[in-house]
Design a protein around this ligand. Structure first.
Ligand SMILES: C[S@@+](CC[C@H](N)C(=O)[O-])C[C@H]1O[C@@H](n2cnc3c(N)ncnc32)[C@H](O)[C@@H]1O
Length: 253
């Protein structure tokens, strides 16, 4: 099974780091507020953050009263940044592919992940591994790119535009064709996996999760008006999808 590690590519890492550190970016303006709004009270919780990246979430979990946070990521560069800028006495960072989390020998009260599962080929298999790492009644909150975003295959134009280049609407083709998408985005041959919404839901259910909440990212009209170049396209489609799930304890009895 192939595992891309594009965040260790210098150009990709620098692009991500500079946009993530910019005050106005997709993560901080759209993704993070929704994800954090779906989290339970973190006091005393043991947390696993899959694809922790530069560690911003792990650091916030620690500040919000978590007992301990384990952040795992495949990228050495991301973890180096996390250790330098997002450290804490109860935060541990480990270089590990999410496909290998079944080697972790402890269980958690909460598992989170932000914008990482686009990169896993076997989504349903990963959901089973996560379910096995969770304590009784534990929760699982995650975001990923919305399937109508990942459907893009790099061949058709993403938007139909006016003559002056403004986005009229997002184009959608091949939504039902699941699998690898290899497109030129920041680097040539950027890879992610496209799945339909039903595949995500069925992957969660078959792993034994109870889905308690689902959200699709949306942004206020004010933010769109203020930053049209960055957020102008977000009225056409939700950029991200979010799930809050609970371990189905009956399954392991
Ligand atoms: C969009 S970034 C998100 C980082 C962080 N969660 C955040 O919200 O800022 C995606 C992260 O997933 C990591 N990643 C990609 N493939 C992975 C894999 N197979 N196993 C573990 N981490 C992976 C990347 O290295 C990167 O840090």
């Amino acid at each position: 099974m192939s595992k891309q590690n594009v965040y260790d590519n210098d150009a990709f890492f620098e692009n991500f780091q500079s946009s993530r550190n910019n005050d106005v970016n997709f993560n901080d303006c759209i993704e993070t507020p929704i994800l954090f709004g779906m989290l339970p009270d973190l006091h005393g919780k043991t947390i696993l953050d899959i694809g922790c990246g530069m560690g911003q979430h792990a650091k916030r979990y620690s500040d919000m009263g978590a007992d301990s946070v384990l952040g795992i990521d495949i990228s050495a560069k991301m973890l180096e940044y996390a250790k330098e800028h997002s450290s804490g006495s109860n935060i541990l960072y480990r270089q590990m592919a999410m496909e290998e989390i079944d080697t972790i020998d402890k269980t958690f009260d909460l598992v989170t992940s932000s914008l990482v599962f686009d990169y896993v080929e076997d989504f349903a298999g990963l959901m089973r591994k996560i379910h096995n790492l969770m304590k009784k009644d534990a929760e699982f909150v995650f975001s990923m790119s919305h399937p109508i975003v990942t459907a893009w295959d790099g061949v058709y134009d993403r938007y139909t535009r006016t003559e002056t280049g403004e986005r009229l609407y997002a184009n959608l083709r091949n939504y039902c064709k699941e699998g690898l998408r290899k497109v030129d985005w920041v680097v040539n041959g950027y890879e992610c996996y496209h799945r339909t919404i039903s595949s995500l839901i069925n992957g969660l259910i078959s792993a034994g999760f109870v889905i308690e909440e689902c959200q699709e990212a949306h942004l206020s009209d004010e933010m769109r008006a203020q930053y049209p170049a960055l957020f102008g396209g977000t009225i056409h489609r939700p950029e991200f999808i979010f799930f809050r799930c609970r371990k189905n304890n009956l399954q392991n009895q």
